[in-house]
Design a binder for this molecule. Sequence first.
Ligand code: AP5
Length: 184
Amino acid sequence: MTRLIFLGPPGAGKGTQAKVLADFFQVPHISTGDILRQAITDQTALGVKAQEYMDKGDLVPDQLVQDMVEERLQKSDAQKGWILDGFPRTVSQAVFLGNLLDRIQGDSERVVNLDAPDEIVVSRLLGRGRKDDSEDVIRHRLNVYRRDTAPLIQYYGDRQKLLTVNGNQSQEEVTSALKMAITV
Ligand code: AP5
């Protein structure tokens, strides 16, 4: 069963590759960023709370995102596998997810660390131009990534769940490298 988590700095290509692999493995692509952006568009209570954090490039509080992920992973389409893009992003979210999976699905997830240098990801994101893609906010997101999310590389490495793939190559090359790493 495909249960994959994508880690990596903003702009590493997590969303791009998660979509391709979700199509390939026929499992849902669950992006916490996309779910939160939809909640903002719909002006739900979650969206209203999340917006101030996302506009600044800060993380939305763990509890809000964890509740959202728990609800999503209980849906029927997620019982045959999933690709998580952008979650977990803190050690406490990782502990939460581990406990949740033990409880509802069993502990068999693998984690892809998709890496790329800062200057590459900054130029990709400036070219994309999402609302949180101004240079100041991108640099802040990179700092938040280094402070709060990068420790997950060691966390999952210690648990022998981590695969690392170089995100600084063409999209097709990254996809091939991912498929190879996952099927080994
Ligand atoms: P989120 O939506 O997850 O954004 P992010 O992590 O900053 O990631 P990006 O979407 O910017 O980059 P990506 O790695 O997916 O790259 P992509 O494939 O799009 O989170 C946004 C916000 O939501 C957070 O700041 C936070 O506030 C909140 N949030 C989300 N999850 C949370 C959580 N768990 N806890 C708390 N808060 C949370 O590619 C980027 C660009 O590069 C595209 O234009 C693409 O076409 C291009 N590109 C991709 N691959 C390549 C390549 N190989 N070569 C050239 N260009 C490429």
